[in-house]
Design a binder for this molecule. Structure first.
Ligand SMILES: [Mn+2]
Length: 258
């Protein structure tokens, strides 16, 4: 059973952490990452999927159900397999319809569930919503790296506010909304600095915005695209024992999916 501090995952100064973002129902890429993880996995190493593993965004076949079934089962079986909530899972929990190129992603997902489970689709949706509500929102490593789906959130003033971030529910919760939706146009460099100070970290790693593999924002934030990207597909093999001061220290730990 995962022993999280509320909605925060805290990782010790031991081993390595694979950071994988935005799978978006791409089963092929997901399986490649799971092959990497299965070889990499041991008592000290961890993996985090930073949310948005459901909802295909492009023309490719939406394999969200297969990905989700595997993610859920791996999370339930392994204490070293961590999964964060993304805005697409949040949309399911909060029943907020989100659109991509005019297509209602929630409706698409419910249709997928019907295709897979027929009459049992309602029960499956409830099961998935329950699972999403168990998911943490962020990871904080002992060597001062903070990892979330998006963000930073401008309204977070303490680490406790991260730990208790869903206490006010999932809908109409600005702090949660920002950490799941904010892109670099939604905050200033100053906001980022003060967020990192508040949570006691040096570097922020997020996904959410598709980039060509990785993109450094200012000196202290790294955007990573592992599957749904603008070109290259990158992930981070974060050394939990090395001192991290700037984004460039994390850039050295970036790897690419072949
Ligand atoms: Mn997202």
């Amino acid at each position: 059973m995962h022993d999280y501090r509320g909605k925060l995952v805290e990782l010790p100064k031991k081993g390595k952490l694979l950071v994988i973002t935005d799978i978006h129902g791409n089963l092929k890429d997901y399986e490649k990452f799971m092959d990497i993880w299965d070889k990499f996995s041991n008592n000290d190493n961890h993996l985090v999927l930073t949310g948005d593993f459901i909802h295909a965004m492009g023309k490719e076949k939406d394999r969200s159900v297969e990905v989700l079934e595997s993610v859920k089962s791996r999370w339930e079986k392994s204490d070293n397999f961590h999964v964060l909530l993304g805005n697409h899972e949040w949309a399911t929990v909060s029943q907020t319809c989100i659109y991509k190129s005019g297509v209602n992603q929630n409706l698409n997902f419910e249709n997928l569930l019907y295709e897979h489970f027929g009459d049992k689709c309602k029960g499956k949706l409830e099961e998935y919503m329950k699972f999403f509500k168990k998911l943490p929102i962020a990871v904080k490593t002992d060597n001062k790296v903070f990892i979330s789906h998006a963000g930073p959130s401008r309204d977070i003033n303490s680490l406790d506010e991260i730990i208790n971030i869903t206490a006010d529910g999932y809908l109409g919760n600005a702090k949660l909304f920002q950490i799941l939706w904010n892109r670099s146009s939604d905050y200033t460099q100053k906001d980022l600095e003060s967020f990192l100070k508040v949570v006691g970290c040096k570097v922020l790693i997020v996904g959410h915005t598709p980039v060509d593999g990785v993109k450094l924002v200012g000196e202290n934030q790294l955007i990573v695209s592992s599957s749904y990207s603008k070109g290259k597909k990158a992930y981070v093999e974060l050394d939990l024992e090395k001192e991290i001061k700037k984004g460039k220290d994390v850039i050295k730990m970036v790897k690419y999916l072949s």
